[in-house]
Design a protein around this ligand. Structure first.
Ligand code: SAH
Ligand code: SF4
Length: 364
């Protein structure tokens, strides 16, 4: 029988395994500490566990992180990992360092079931949910690269976690929530829920549960102020239109003026970037504790949309500011390595597409 991977087990599950093999429950805390505080992947090194237990663990279990296929570093120091899962699927993870802080952008699915028309991930055919192990594994791999074990909270590169990589996290809620609980556990990786943001395209029925159970910050991919346009850009809008989405935002547990919901708004030339759009956006958000992130559109091969001009984006931001809304323009990061928002897509898929296209070329 294949050995079970203990990464991604909740504390309760880990305890059940240990008790099941005749161990005392307090061993859970020790093992947890080795894995998520020390980042130790070798049972033999877990000296406080005692040799007999280490041997037993080795017989039945493994500690497996996704395998690193490639690691790319952008001119602007953004880093992207292409990771391979046990069943040979691929996902990408991105680290965006800034002065004194840094956000690690995690993926929740291989590809995405949704098909937002401006998003590269949405064009990927192969889709499956990532397991909690594969989600937690992404942060563990990133920490390996930056030699950031043990998790003692000093001089951390990763001050923030954003669920904004490949996939729709609220379509994989069970595994995402399990992973985030592991990541937040104070005796392990210990990231505060205040430093975690989950971005959704608007899976309305899952939003309340997410706020209540996880208490993480919410980002909503709004991108349009009218349903006709949002139906095209973010097709889940046909199921949960703007009005319902904003109602769910008003009810999002834990949001307040101190903890605002971020509305993401991608700037698409001639489509959603007029002064009238900006005014309507301010009107829609007037009774929600909101901040807006204006995201210059990141192009990818084959897409027809264009990014709005800098002048237009600035004007849009100013209109929102005049109406009391903070609307910074998010600097694109890692564009040169296809690591910016919406550019992620697994490399094997890209390679496959490339060879398919090539075979369609007429033979000279
Ligand atoms: N599925 C989730 C989270 C991942 S996408 C969601 O849609 O919210 C993270 C953010 O990048 C979303 O706001 C998404 O709309 C945006 N995005 C997607 N493609 C983009 C592109 N090409 N340029 C700029 N932003 C993009
Ligand atoms: Fe999926 Fe988000 Fe991309 Fe839409 S924007 S296709 S929901 S990853």
């Amino acid at each position: 029988m294949a050995k079970k991977n203990l990464i991604g087990f909740s504390r309760e599950e880990l305890e059940a395994e240990l008790v099941g093999m005749g161990e005392k429950a307090f061993r859970t805390k020790q093992l947890w500490h080795w894995i998520y505080h020390q980042g130790e992947m070798d049972f033999d090194q877990m000296t406080s566990l005692g040799k007999p237990l280490r041997e037993k663990l080795k017989e039945t279990y493994v500690l497996l992180k996704p395998e690193v296929v490639t690691e790319q570093l952008s001119e602007d120091t953004t880093r992207k990992w292409l990771l391979r899962t046990q069943d040979r699927n691929e996902v990408e993870t991105v680290f965006i360092p800034e002065e004194g802080r840094g956000a690690l952008c995690l993926s929740s699915q291989v590809g995405c079931t949704l098909t937002c028309s401006f998003c590269h991930t949405g064009t990927q055919k192969l889709v499956r949910n990532l397991t909690a192990a594969e989600i937690v594994g992404q942060i563990m791999v990133a920490r390996d690269t930056y030699d950031e074990w043990p998790s003692d909270g000093h001089d951390r590169h990763f001050t923030n976690i954003v669920m904004m990589g490949m996939g729709e996290p609220l379509y994989n809620y069970e595994e995402v929530s399990k992973a985030l609980k592991i990541i937040m556990d104070e005796e392990g990786i210990s990231m505060s829920r205040r430093k975690i943001t989950l971005s959704t395209s608007g899976v309305v029925p899952m939003m309340e549960r997410c706020g209540e159970e996880l208490g993480v910050g919410l980002a909503v991919s709004l991108h349009a102020v009218r349903d006709e346009l949002r139906d095209i850009l973010v097709p889940i809008n046909k199921k949960y239109p703007i009005k319902e989405l904003l109602e769910a935002c008003r009810k999002y547990p834990g949001s307040s003026n101190a903890r605002r919901i971020t509305f993401e708004y991608v700037m698409l030339d001639g489509l959603n970037d007029s002064a009238a759009d900006a005014k309507e956006l301010a009107r829609l958000l007037k009774d929600i504790p909101a901040k807006i992130n204006l995201i210059p559109f990141n192009k990818w091969p084959g897409v027809e949309y264009e990014c709005s001009s800098h002048h237009k984006i600035k004007q849009f931001s100013e209109i929102l500011n005049e109406r009391g809304l903070s609307a910074p323009i998010r600097m694109p990061r890692g564009r040169d390595i296809m690591a910016a928002c919406g550019q992620l897509k697994s490399a094997s898929e890209k390679a496959r597409k490339f060879s398919e296209n090539k075979s369609e070329q007429p033979v000279a």
